[in-house]
Ligand binder design. Structure first.
Ligand SMILES: *[C@@H]1O[C@H](CO)[C@@H](O)[C@H](O)[C@H]1NC(C)=O
Length: 154
């Protein structure tokens, strides 16, 4: 096949170009199971329970203990991390709030972030909200999602 490229571009350049293309496609390969990650993943946990309800949260991973946090209604806590090489990074939370002035405590615990949930995040930003019916994962992105990660014990 006679193309303009063959006439004008010296052979060495074409090979270099090919090598670069191969390198890029290798870099982009999703076939490899593991990859070294350097990008940060962000998790936001919002108190979306009800006006005047204060959420108490204690979240941890195997490596990090975020310590006890108090989240006012409508507020978030956020934290960030780099997913480990084996993609086993996992954060879980113990959450509780006072449901009424008589001291009824509602509590729940469960996983707030797992690597397999990343596809349900907006560009490594993972939004979580505690609501009356449980702790939700949701997205703002074009394919808006909202599902319950775990419920409250009663
Ligand atoms: C929240 O607290 C404020 C101040 O005490 C009160 O005025 C308001 O009625 C409360 N809202 C609800 C929904 O209980």
């Amino acid at each position: 096949m006679d193309t303009g490229l063959n006439k004008t571009v010296p052979r060495g350049y074409k090979l270099t170009f090919l090598a670069i293309l191969l390198f890029i496609s290798w870099q982009c390969s999703t076939v490899s199971g593991f990859k070294w990650r350097t990008d940060l993943t962000y998790v936001y946990l919002k108190n979306d329970i009800a006006e005047n309800i204060t959420l108490h949260a204690h979240c941890k991973s195997a490596d990090d203990d975020l310590g006890p946090k108090i989240i006012s209604y409508g507020q978030n806590i956020e934290w960030w991390f780099i997913i480990n090489f084996f993609e086993t990074t996992l954060f879980w939370c113990n959450l509780w709030y006072l449901a009424d002035s008589e001291g009824g405590v509602v509590s729940g615990s469960g996983d707030i972030f797992r690597v397999k949930q990343l596809k349900g995040c907006d560009d490594s930003h993972c939004y979580r909200a505690a609501r009356k019916d449980g702790v939700h994962a949701y997205t703002f992105g074009p394919q808006q999602e909202d599902y319950i990660l775990f419920g409250w014990m009663s």
